[in-house]
Design a protein around this ligand. Structure first.
Ligand SMILES: Cc1ncc(COP(=O)(O)O)c(C=O)c1O
Length: 438
């Protein structure tokens, strides 16, 4: 317990003022659970606060381009919830999800080659809720998952808040998925040491943060490994539909259905990047037995996903306009991604250790700098020059690398991309001069 000068109530006025009295304040830390003590603030959200500076060009957030939002169609769909069945749309719903929305989700999955029925689906408050349900259901404190090194920060946060551990696997130099040989070696060493490993977490389509897309062969090899070792695969796919170049590759969920159909893949889907993120609407596809378990875990969180929003999105989907929204989004990001690559080529200093990924889809690319440059330390210099990125270190959970950054190309205008990359290149040039490689 500790004490400090505390606000005191001013008699008769019912207001508070700071006075000299010492009162004892509770030591909240002694009350937190181990899970709460393990929770870490999102570095991205903290850094994003710095990027509100006027005139600053931010490549930091993961925001979709607002010009892709079908505002008028969504307004009409929202009106329909009030006019058609308000007694349903404004009421509690089932935890599993609204039947009208689920019927639309079954069609969306079928159009991606995945055969599921309503019993395979749980509607969630976007993918982030699914990422919290998974460790809640599968991990005891000290249990492990396998994930890319680096990987999505929101997943790291969720795992750590359940006292889970992450076995990191580096990506292959070919940028076609994990280095699977390395994964098997690390997995075997952990198993030999008695570690309990529950699932493999992958973002096979245009990974956040690197933009890497898994090849067909690696997806199949990962499945064979999971079959052999009795592991689940969590396939997190918010960017799957946003492909600009290259050919379509089946999802791991589909491949399992075509290979041994063991039902070991859990698919995480969301409308955040293909429609709007503000609706907070997503869904899990999985074996019905797993869905039943997820339902119980979700019940304690929110009873059911926002019913009004489910019906709103279902109304919009029934118009059949999602396809054209996705086409429009793809065209928009394809142009911006090309443009950012051109600007990087034009302005970044030429150096053997300066390179970036050329993603075939998604919202991000990954820029690596020489090891002598620490992008955490460089961040404040970039902010001073009015340009922001996400420090690469935020996406590592151990063995942290400090010489990379994630750049978002979906949100900024072309003019801002040009100016922002120029500013960033200038900051990098300054760092190269200040920290020549040993
Ligand atoms: C890989 C990945 N998974 C999940 C999410 C969470 O998305 P949402 O909760 O908006 O569906 C994100 C968001 O950027 C992401 O990049």
């Amino acid at each position: 317990m500790y004490s400090r000068h505390a606000p005191v109530q001013v008699a008769d006025e019912g207001t508070w003022a700071t006075g000299p009295e010492e009162i004892v304040m509770p030591d909240f830390n002694s009350l937190y659970s181990q899970n709460a003590l393990n929770m870490k603030k999102s570095i991205i959200r903290e850094l994003l606060k710095l990027t509100n500076k006027p005139g600053l060009i931010s490549f930091a957030g993961g925001l979709p381009a607002p010009e892709t939002f079908p505002v008028e169609d969504l307004r009409v769909a929202a009106d329909a919830v009030f006019t058609k069945n308000p007694e349903v749309g404004l009421q509690y719903g089932t935890t599993e999800g609204d039947p009208a929305l689920k019927a639309e989700l079954v069609k969306i999955e079928a159009s991606d080659g995945v055969k599921v029925g309503p019993d395979n689906i749980l509607v969630t408050s976007a993918s982030q809720q699914a990422l919290d349900i998974l460790p809640k259901v599968f991990l005891d404190p000290g249990d492990w998952i396998i994930a890319g090194h680096p990987t999505y920060l929101g997943t790291i946060q969720a795992i750590q808040s359940y006292q889970g551990k992450i076995l990191g696997v580096p990506f292959a130099a070919e940028e076609d998925g994990f280095d699977l040989g390395e994964m098997e070696r690390r997995y075997a060493a952990h198993r030999a040491a008695g570690m309990s490993i529950k699932y493999i977490y992958v973002i096979p389509d245009f990974q956040n943060p690197t933009g890497i897309c898994w090849s067909l062969e690696k997806r199949q090899a990962l499945l064979r490994f999971a079959y052999r070792e009795n592991l689940l695969i969590i396939e997190d796919s918010p960017y799957r539909e946003i492909r600009f170049v290259g050919k379509h590759i089946p999802s791991i969920y589909q491949l399992d259905q075509e290979m041994e159909n063991r039902g070991i893949v859990v698919g995480l889907k969301t409308f955040s990047k293909i429609l709007i993120p503000g609706a907070r609407m997503g869904w899990i596809i999985a074996h019905p037995e797993l869905i039943a378990k997820f339902v119980v875990a979700k019940q304690a969180m929110d009873l059911c996903t926002n019913v009004f929003t489910q019906r709103w999105i279902a109304e919009f989907l029934a118009t059949g306009k999602l396809r054209s929204v996705i086409e429009n989004t793809r065209a928009n990001y394809r142009a911006k991604r090309m443009f950012m690559l051109e600007q990087l080529q034009k302005h970044m200093p030429t150096h053997p250790d300066i390179h970036w990924t050329k993603p075939e889809g998604g919202l991000f690319l990954w820029l690596s700098l020489p090891k002598s440059i620490n992008t955490d330390e460089m961040f404040t210099k970039a902010i001073a020059k009015n340009v922001a990125y996400v420090v690469g270190s935020a996406f590592y959970f151990d063995d942290v690398e400090h010489n990379s950054m994630r750049l978002n190309f979906s949100f900024s205008s072309k003019a801002d991309i040009e100016e922002g990359i120029k500013r960033l290149a200038e900051v990098v040039r300054g760092e190269l001069a200040a920290h020549p490689q040993e």
